[in-house]
Unconditional design. Sequence first.
Length: 178
Amino acid sequence: MSLQSKLAGFSSPVKWVAVVLFLAMVFFAVLSVGRNHDDVPAPLFILKDIYGETVTLDEYKGNVVLLDFWATWCPPCRESIPELVSLQNEYESLGLVVLGVSLDEDPKTGDRELKSFIREKGINYRVIRYTRELLADYFGDDQIAIPTMFVIDRNGAIRDKLVGFRPGALEKSLESVM
């Protein structure tokens, strides 16, 4: 079959418009992959950490905040902890604040098991409990997957959202805002 006969099937203007629209959608989809969230302000919150202390996002204005949604029962979350601890140590003097948002729920044990886990793993950053409102603010209608980490710049804007854990990806993302 010759090229001319193949193109004959696209002689209709409607087919050409459909092809152009499809290519435009593909183009914009490719552009949006990995796009920073430069203009999206991070939702503010006032919550308690697992020790009962109040934590607000506003108190960290001027710092880069890495907000990590995780759980103790999640293998990739557990795998990310040493890197988060290392990043907190390495970049704290440059204004990095790591905040863990625990999605663990056990009304019988309260925070006892979570506190034990934090000590055992050497977690050196604050851990707060999630609320439904916090999840709705950060995930909206998206399905919640953990770990999910939001990189929030010094002005309080979300600069990146990393879903899952890939060694080295966090540091690479942070380098652009530190």
